[in-house]
Ligand binder design. Structure first.
Ligand code: ZN
Length: 286
């Protein structure tokens, strides 16, 4: 089961959110039939969006992450609800990038570095909040760390990982964001840096342990107190009605053309692959 665990250190200076996302990342892979390196790029983005989305704390709020670094995968789009449930798609799920280090998927190579990571938080008000940064490495975790530092002005460390099996299925996935709260003394900062280094690749821990094991490693020596646990999953919100609204928002000429032809119109959801068919009568009635 995928879950987010949020905890705070005994001294109150360090907060952390860890997430395990194996099942939801495997679901994304099944829907998009992505190559291992694209599964890693999308999976890392899903994990980060899940953590940041789960902090929105407003029913109906949502978070949309868009990454485009000019690499072969094109756009990566991920949406989270306010409870960390996510969905996503990529422009080119078949993209690949040659490995530069043995045994390591070249996520930066498939994403590219010539572009931006942007986050839109829709809290249900008039104006959604938007933050955007230039990509650092296209490896996703470093890019989110930069986003948190620049756009949200919170000193953070973000680590994300996806481990793909030889048959392309997902063996382990997840990540964490650890943040320093105002007034944290130097000793605490050093301690967090040491823990981050000692924790290493998150999939090394998640491949044989769970989110609790990851939490223990990142917060070693900080007497963490768990404040929240949330089950998260791959969740799409599409429906027949929503897509009909989208079809009807096409321009008049295009709609007239469809009505004249009298053929059913089929649209499919980019996030989950669900197909919806509208017959000519439905379109004519509008
Ligand atoms: Zn859908």
């Amino acid at each position: 089961m995928d879950e987010i665990i949020k905890a705070i250190s005994g001294d109150g200076f360090v907060s952390v959110s860890v997430v395990s996302t194996k099942a939801l990342t495997e679901r994304a892979r099944e829907i998009h039939k992505s190559t291992p390196v694209v599964t890693a790029a999308l999976g890392r983005t899903l994990a980060a969006a899940s953590i940041i989305g789960s902090a929105l704390k407003k029913p109906g709020a949502s978070l949309t992450v868009r990454i485009n670094g000019g690499g072969p995968v094109g756009n990566i789009i991920v949406v989270s609800d306010d409870m960390g449930n996510v969905r996503g798609y990529v422009q080119n799920p078949a993209a690949d990038a040659p490995k530069t280090k043995p045994g390591k998927l070249n996520v930066g190579g498939v994403v590219g570095t010539n572009g931006t990571l942007s986050v839109v938080k829709d809290l249900g008000g008039k104006e959604p909040y938007t933050g955007s940064i230039k990509l650092v490495s296209g490896e996703i975790a470093e890019d989110f760390t930069s986003y948190l530092a620049v756009s949200e002005q919170i000193p953070s460390a973000c680590a994300l990982g996806v481990l793909v099996d030889r048959d392309w299925s997902v063996l382990a996935a997840g990540g964490y964001i650890v943040q320093l709260l105002p007034g944290a003394p130097d000793g605490v900062i050093d301690g967090v840096e040491k823990n981050v280094a000692a924790t290493g690749a998150v999939t090394d821990i998640l491949n044989c342990g769970d989110a609790d094991a990851l939490l223990e490693s990142v917060m070693a020596g900080f007497s963490p107190r768990v404040i929240e646990r949330l089950s998260v999953e791959y969740r799409c919100t599409c429906s027949r009605e929503r897509f009909l609204a989208a079809v009807l928002s096409l321009d008049e000429a295009e709609l007239d053309d469809m009505r004249r032809k009298g053929e059913p119109v089929e649209v499919s959801c980019q996030f989950c692959g669900a197909a919806y068919v509208y017959d000519a009568d439905e379109l004519a009635g509008m």
